[in-house]
Design a protein around this ligand. Sequence first.
Ligand code: SAH
Ligand code: SF4
Ligand code: F3S
Length: 479
Amino acid sequence: MVERCDIVLKPNLMEAKNRTKQEVLVKTNEYIIKEDLKKLGLGKKYYVKTYGCQMNEHDTENIKAILEDMSFKETENYEDADFILLNTCAIRENVHNKVFGMIGRIKHLKEKKPHIIAGICGCMAQEEVVVNKILEKYKWLDIVFGTHNIHNLPNILSRSLEKKELEIEVLSIEGNVIENLPAKRDSKYKAWINIMYGCDKFCTYCIVPYTRGKQRSRKPEFIIEEIQQLISENYKEVTLLGQNVNAYGKDLDIDYTMANLLEEVAKTGIERVRFVTSHPWDFSDEMIEVIKNNKNIMPYIHLPLQSGSDRILKLMGRRYTKQTYLELYKKIKTALPYSSITTDIIVGFPGETEEDFNETLDVVKECKYDSAFTFIFSPRVGTPAANMDDNVSLEKKNNRLHKLNELVNSYAKEANDKYLGKIVPVLIEGISEKDKNKLVGYTDTMKLVNVIGDVSNVGKIVDVEITEAKTWSLDGKIK
Ligand code: SAH
Ligand code: SF4
Ligand code: F3S
């Protein structure tokens, strides 16, 4: 635990970048909640909003459980809450704008109800520029804490309440592995499981290695134990999470890889195993074999491309080429012809020419992805790409994004059309928010399906006949 008195622990970008050979400590007893803090939230409601990736969503599940250990109760409406927390993402500038917009709304609310406690956490809290901005303009906030000290939330909160002033605790460290955090999971049927934290790839555009620390794999036995517990609670699906799951195990002092872990997880007998994100650099043949040989590892792979131009890939520090990416793609598709493959693409990286962009379109045309997340490059303070010369106008970037999206969407529809009339397994997750008469779920290949069927099927994997294919989803009925 962090020993501290009145010093504010602020993020420091240079420290956050540090990587040493220092041993990663696995802490199984780090989250301890003092008796007097267990009642701190009695009669009070909390609201947590999540802005980031699956890892952030899972952090929110941990945060919610910690708050409930302090007797807070959840509310879905921030205007009803006594404690409002924004769990933020730093990956692109547009999230910053959304977060500061929300902070503005909270300020109005706090003017009417001064007792409200408000704070931010997550990846933006790890950014020096953000914390400096808060210290300058938003000192009325109550707490700011980072990604490395979620377990310390009860103490941070109580210190802020005691002092009645902004409490900042952001650790710019390489990070440890905290094993005993509780979780209030969003779903009763599918669960996120962290298998590793941090990232050491340092792609030149990306802030994650600074906000999340160095790559730290969890020990396999802790992961398997967590999954066995979930099976006993009737969970059907686990998604193994990491920024770069294919590199799992490389930092452990045992000879154990992602292929080994996948195999061991499959053997637990859980009905569905997924994993994200797969960096093409570390995708091994053994992994492909294991996926092929285990029916409960889902045929769905997210394989970020980022760019199809070798020149840009090199500037990005991705360590693969258009050709090696395509070779990997074909290897996966040959071994797993039924699989769906999705990707991430950045357009408008500094200096991207029309020729570079066309190389990206070429790869999309070859891979015909099931879908893709596409982004305009967003310079992140402190990353190398933020200082690269960028002579591409925003108008050009927008045009490229538009052109890329049209292409991506046409292939997404084409891929979905292939499902028409087929019968596919769907894990029914609940009732559709848009249409209360329908159920929603995902196929083994991660296609969203709106399903006609009886509500008693929620939580089950059922055969669904696909009756309509759209660009982003399928319609179907239970057989
Ligand atoms: N670890 C994953 C990516 C996580 S971030 C991987 O390496 O594949 C999710 C996606 O956000 C990235 O794949 C990338 O496409 C996008 N992204 C990251 N940094 C970005 C930036 N500075 N500007 C625009 N998009 C970015
Ligand atoms: Fe970011 Fe690259 Fe790490 Fe992914 S692999 S989180 S893009 S640095
Ligand atoms: Fe965003 Fe942090 Fe995830 S920057 S994408 S929330 S790791």
